[in-house]
Write a protein that binds this ligand. Structure first.
Ligand SMILES: Nc1ncnc2c1ncn2[C@@H]1O[C@H](COP(=O)(O)OP(=O)(O)OP(=O)(O)O)[C@@H](O)[C@H]1O
Ligand SMILES: [Mg+2]
Length: 244
């Protein structure tokens, strides 16, 4: 079997006496979009923070393509190709689309000409004709696409996305998840995505995990996992299309 891109074994995180999660084990496979869901406070953002090296785990192991990397700091993980996104659009609003893209290329130490893959994606998602527009003049959904393009330009091996559709109207969401799917395929990135929007998870993810009260309570294909009783119970009080 092919080696997973990232392997998590027995990962545990406490804040003081508060257990956020305990003994989490799962694989993020090559070219996979793995969904992570769970009620508010389940530890999803904390998991992303631990995986990208922003905060240290209390115990457990993180392996990246066969190399043990737990204990690495944020900048070390980013050098190894593990990047995360934030909830905001992550662009410089007063700069043009072109300037934002050049910034992303410079930041990751690359040639200043975007590759053909990037140009194709920009064309497909309506950004190519808008290179000289100020990015905060774009519709918010398109600003999010630009922010996502900027992250993909760094060619991460592992991309950790924390609620990339947050703040978007339901009608604007398909564009960002279509972009994530297209860019993931184009760059062969392994993606872990935290989302409350189960329809988005169903559209994007081949596998998903469910966190509840610090435990991994389910792992598998969305259509199977989302019909399990223990998963439905964890979601009592939450709606399927909650976007924040
Ligand atoms: N820096 C911190 N110090 C102490 N406790 C924290 C810290 N960060 C998060 N927590 C606690 O850890 C738990 C998990 O928080 P986290 O933000 O990871 O949840 P989440 O699953 O991302 O929730 P949401 O769906 O609301 O974004 C919460 O109880 C939170 O209060
Ligand atoms: Mg969160």
């Amino acid at each position: 079997m092919m080696q997973p891109t990232m392997k998590v074994i027995g990962l545990t995180k406490h804040f003081g006496g508060v257990k956020v999660f305990e003994n989490l084990s799962f694989d993020l496979n090559k070219n996979e979009i793995l969904g992570v869901v769970g009620p508010n406070g389940a530890g999803k953002t904390t998991l992303i923070n631990v995986l990208c090296g922003a905060i240290a785990a209390n115990s457990g192991e993180i392996w990246l393509e066969g190399k043990q990397v737990n204990g690495s700091l944020l900048h070390e993980m980013s050098k190894l190709g593990v990047l995360r996104s934030f909830q905001q659009a992550n662009t410089f609003g007063v700069k043009t689309v072109r300037e934002n893209l050049l910034y992303a290329l410079t930041f990751s130490g690359q040639d200043l000409n975007p590759d053909q893959t990037a140009i194709d994606l920009l064309a497909q998602f309506d950004l190519l004709p808008r290179l000289d527009e100020q990015s905060n003049k774009l519709a918010y959904g398109l600003q999010k696409v630009l922010g996502m393009m900027m992250i993909f330009l760094a060619r991460p091996r592992v991309l950790l996305l924390d609620e990339p559709a947050a703040g978007l109207e339901v009608s604007e969401r398909p564009r960002i998840d279509a972009f994530i799917a297209a860019a993931q395929r184009a760059y062969s990135t392994s993606v872990l995505i935290v989302e409350h929007d189960m329809t988005l998870i169903r559209r994007l993810c081949s596998r998903m995990i469910v966190l509840d009260a610090g435990q991994l309570i389910a792992i598998g294909e969305p259509q199977d996992v989302l019909s399990r009783k223990e998963v439905l119970n964890a979601y009592i009080g939450e709606t399927e299309d909650q976007g924040c």
